[in-house]
Design a protein. Structure first.
Length: 300
């Protein structure tokens, strides 16, 4: 009897312990999954020209640097801490890891938005935008070295920069309407200030992507070089010329030119976030995301 009671006790104890461990794993699994999935992604910060040029590199290996929350948060931290981490900085270059700049927001994150209430999405989208807008508040010249696809949110980041350099075979564009949502992250504000209005409207309404050569002809980029591996070198050469100038004069010049371009950016961001929250509540966004996953054109 004693042996039976002992075995019963052990059996009960083991089952209780298993239940406890299972419950803890269920609670921790989302965190564990997010931690594992964030490996290989972030924003690398480096410098050149004796610390006068800072390079911010978007990195999401194997996913064309699609912009996750981890990348967004690290981008905000890097830009806001720049004066402390690189006090001698006079110019910023933003580029992407490998052969991509940034292929838009993370699809899984966009799918989450389609499953979230509009009232919550409006705040979530504003928070997402605000991870990247500090770039326009840094009083330093900025260069986007577009070394590959810059699409959707990735394209929007390039529009926050003062100067854009790309390659002939890179693809750029605001493909939001092809996903089933309106442009966001300031795109409806910035693009129409970079291009003649009808050219900007055509890109926004069709959602089509353009090559680096087309972008150069439009004046959307400063120039387009022959290959992707030449882009960063070209941007570095330009930055080298910029950082030779007076730092105070550069800062004051940046403030003057950006005052007009980004004066009412925050108001437009709020409108875009509200509009996107309504789009996320409709079936079209699901249709668009499914088409992207299946690598086909959407049928709305």
């Amino acid at each position: 009897r004693i042996q039976i009671l002992f075995e019963t006790y052990i059996y009960i104890y083991i089952n209780i312990y298993i239940m406890f461990i299972s419950r803890q794993l269920r609670r921790r699994l989302p965190y564990i999954w997010r931690s594992l999935s964030s490996l290989g992604q972030g924003v690398d910060v480096s410098s050149a020209h004796d610390g006068r040029t800072v390079i911010l590199t978007l990195r999401n290996e194997g996913k064309m640097n699609c912009m996750t929350e981890t990348i967004a948060q690290q981008f905000k931290e890097a830009t806001q801490n720049l004066s402390k981490s690189h006090p001698g900085a006079r110019c910023i270059i933003v580029t992407g890891h490998g052969n991509s700049f940034a292929a838009g927001a993370d699809l899984a994150w966009l799918q989450d938005r389609a499953d979230t209430r509009p009232s919550e999405n409006e705040e979530i989208m504003m928070n997402y935008y605000n991870n990247f807008t500090p770039l326009v508040d840094v009083p330093l010249p900025t260069i986007a070295a577009i070394n590959g696809p810059a699409v959707g949110a990735g394209f929007c980041v390039t529009l926050f920069c003062d100067i854009r350099i790309t390659s002939d075979d890179s693809k750029l564009g605001a493909n939001f309407v092809k996903l089933g949502i309106n442009p966001g992250m300031g795109c409806s504000h910035t693009l129409i200030r970079k291009l003649p209005s009808q050219v900007a409207y055509e890109l926004l309404y069709t959602g089509r992507l353009i090559t680096g050569q087309e972008a150069a002809k439009m004046g959307l980029v400063l120039r387009s070089v022959k290959s992707k591996n030449m882009v960063l070198d070209d941007a570095m050469h330009l930055a080298g010329q910029i950082v030779q100038n007076s730092p105070i004069a550069l800062q004051e010049t940046v403030k003057l030119v950006r005052d007009q371009e980004f004066a009412d950016l925050r108001d437009k961001l709020a409108l875009e976030a509200a509009s996107q929250s309504r789009c996320f509540a409709e079936v079209d966004i699901r249709t668009g995301l499914e088409a992207v996953r299946n690598k086909r054109s959407p049928v709305f």
